[in-house]
Write a protein that binds this ligand. Structure first.
Ligand SMILES: Nc1ncnc2c1ncn2[C@@H]1O[C@H](COP(=O)(O)OP(=O)(O)O)[C@@H](O)[C@H]1O
Ligand SMILES: [Mg+2]
Length: 229
């Protein structure tokens, strides 16, 4: 489903250059839940953003279902990303002025899905994340856990090939984290939805099919063995 080949990323800020990613190779299969772990500043978000075509790599390639993502012209890549990738961030990034229903409809409308179909799909998704009775609430009228569940519903709106999540439970208490994690696993079981999740939460990475640890610009598989990744 997703293949990352010899990916590097160097940031240049004024006179300073930082080699954040120094050659990452990674394969992720359909229906897999893969966790990415590592200390703050190691490049987890950068890797996730490149995997989702939000940022471009310095070198290397990303294939999503055989499509060479960075070989596409920019405008094509943007619409491909909107359809093929769902994002969930630590702070939901829902639009404050829109209701939960409108927020979840938005990616569909951008992708050209007819309005009535977008409404039906958003209602079904919000029902699936236990927000059927919060359709017309704005983010400020939802709890933190509800906002994150709405963000998951929005990420799924275009039926993406994969969902990329950056510390999705980083801002939630234990009960809400657990509910969010159960939701993610439920979606994998019912839809074979693929997830790549950056996380510091042992409850989350402890449950993942595979844990990839970033260290000094490279990815290594973490096997557990009783030590911290
Ligand atoms: N847009 C940018 N410009 C310059 N440096 C950046 C940029 N984004 C990230 N970095 C640097 O790259 C490194 C990795 O950042 P990030 O991927 O956010 O790490 P993590 O998510 O693992 O905490 C950090 O040193 C950060 O300062
Ligand atoms: Mg980060």
């Amino acid at each position: 489903m997703l293949e990352v080949q010899e990916l590097t990323k160097t940031f240049t800020t004024g006179p300073e250059t930082v080699d954040v990613l120094k050659g990452i190779d990674l394969e992720i299969g359909k229906g897999e839940i893969v966790a990415i772990v590592g200390p703050s500043g190691v490049g987890k978000s950068t890797l996730l953003h490149i995997m989702g075509a939000l940022e471009t790599p310095t070198s290397g390639r990303v294939f999503l279902e055989g499509t060479d993502v960075f070989a596409m012209p920019d405008n094509e890549r943007a619409s491909f990303r909107n359809r093929a990738v769902g994002f969930v961030f630590q702070f939901h990034h829902l639009m404050r002025e829109l209701t939960a229903l409108e927020n979840v409809m938005m990616p569909c409308l951008i992708a050209g899905v007819p309005r009535n179909e977008a409404v039906a799909r958003a209602e079904e998704l919000l029902d699936g994340v236990r927000l059927a009775d919060r359709l017309h609430h704005k983010p400020g009228e939802l709890s933190g856990g509800e906002e994150q569940r709405a963000a998951v519903a929005r990420a799924l709106a275009t039926r993406p090939l994969m969902v990329l999540a950056d510390e999705p439970s980083g801002n939630l208490d234990r009960a809400n984290s657990e509910e969010l994690h159960d939701l993610i696993w439920g979606l994998r079981d019912s839809l074979e939805q693929t997830f790549v999740i950056v996380t510091h939460n042992p409850d989350l990475y402890g449950r993942a099919d595979r844990v990839v640890a970033l260290k000094d610009g490279r990815a290594e598989r973490w096997e557990g063995e009783g030590r911290e990744p």
